[in-house]
Design a protein around this ligand. Structure first.
Ligand SMILES: Cc1cc2nc3c(=O)[nH]c(=O)nc-3n(C[C@H](O)[C@H](O)[C@H](O)COP(=O)(O)O)c2cc1C
Length: 330
């Protein structure tokens, strides 16, 4: 159990916001496998306020998709407050402010991780958003802008002062992007400096990793991003590891196939169904990583845009993947 403001969450394992990935179908799949809080991808506060359709699409959700964290980004306190009200009215159970995105397009507008360079503005944005909504509020930060300016503790203290309920720390600098490894000691320092909840993030790739993060940093929750790509079983692994200190046995080929079909089925019924093949291809590449015949399959799939053909290729792939080795050689 984990409490974030007024929100009670079944466990402390969280799916990360990931642009182009953490949509409704992926979130529900992750929840089925044990994660208890999931986030939308980052949504432009400007887009929401201007009623941009794409921004609203990112909020598509369902009754199975609860509790839902909605992440917004921007840099104007007034617009951020208005956007927070909009997402609260549209069903967000929790609102997260993005202060970690290192992408140029975002940073050059002073949003995302660029905010880490302006603690005064961070304070204003959080004060405005806190005033605008009673919903549980979190802020997702990086360790700092660069190694010379590691200021996660300073930003977390500001968040606490402004009544934010939890801080999520991706323990890399913005300049680092996704390179190198996450420095979990920053999570520990933040945890030791504030009284609000701290959710650690960065490089958790197994159940063992998640609990090592909890043990070494003292963090209250763990957020998982890339480790869940093609591997929603990671959430089961985290929960299994918590109770048994051993690794959950990975899915059989059959279970993997069933998951792919279920995920694709959800994706087809979601949003613009006609684009589902295109949206799902990347998941297929992840789901089949390291499997026999995987690279040939991935090459074929990349050229497919029709649902029926894709389903046929999935059938063919699992048929050959399940064959005993002797039959392949003959
Ligand atoms: C493809 C991709 C998209 C991402 N999009 C977002 C986003 O929209 N908002 C955000 O706060 N972080 C985003 N992130 C960062 C993740 O939420 C997470 O902080 C980061 O991947 C580190 O965690 P991990 O090592 O478990 O992947 C994204 C990461 C990836 C790989």
């Amino acid at each position: 159990m984990m409490n974030l403001g007024s929100l009670k969450i079944g466990n402390n394992i969280v799916l990360a916001p990931m642009a182009g990935i953490s949509n409704l179908s992926f979130r529900v799949i992750a929840r089925e496998k044990g994660c208890s809080l999931a986030f939308t991808e980052m949504i432009s506060a400007n887009g929401l306020v201007r009623q941009n359709l794409k921004s609203s699409d990112y909020m598509l959700s369902s009754s199975e998709d609860k509790p839902l964290g909605v992440q917004i980004f921007g840099n104007d306190p007034v617009i951020m407050a208005e956007a927070a009200q909009i997402v609260a009215e549209r069903g967000a159970d929790l609102i997260d402010i993005n202060m970690g995105c290192p992408v140029k397009k975002v940073v050059k507008n002073g949003a995302g991780a660029a905010l880490l360079k302006d603690p005064g503005l961070v304070s204003q944005i959080l004060a405005a958003v806190r005033k605008a909504t009673q919903k549980p509020l979190t802020v997702k930060i990086r360790s700092g802008w660069n190694v010379q300016n590691i200021n996660a503790v300073q930003i977390a203290r500001i968040a606490e002062e402004q009544g934010v309920d939890a801080v999520i720390v991706h323990a890399r600098t913005a300049v680092q992007g996704f390179s190198g490894s996450a420095d979990w000691t920053v999570i520990e320092k933040v945890k030791n400096s504030v009284g609000i909840k701290v959710i650690g993030n960065g490089d958790v790739k197994s159940g063992g990793d998640a609990w090592r993060m909890v043990e070494t940093t003292g963090c209250d929750g763990v957020m998982i991003g890339r480790g869940s790509l093609g591997n929603p079983w990671i959430f089961t692994d985290v929960l299994t590891y918590q109770s048994t200190k051993s690794t959950h046995v990975g899915p059989t080929l059959h279970e993997r196939k069933e998951m792919i079909l279920r995920h694709f089925n959800r994706e087809s019924g979601f949003g613009d169904g006609s684009n589902s093949v295109k949206r799902f291809r990347k998941h297929l590449l992840w789901y089949t990583r390291g499997l026999r015949g995987g690279s040939a399959f991935r090459a074929k799939v990349t050229a497919i845009s029709e649902k029926k053909l894709l389903l046929q290729e999935i059938e063919n792939f699992f048929e050959q993947a399940e064959l005993p080795y002797q039959q392949i050689r003959s």
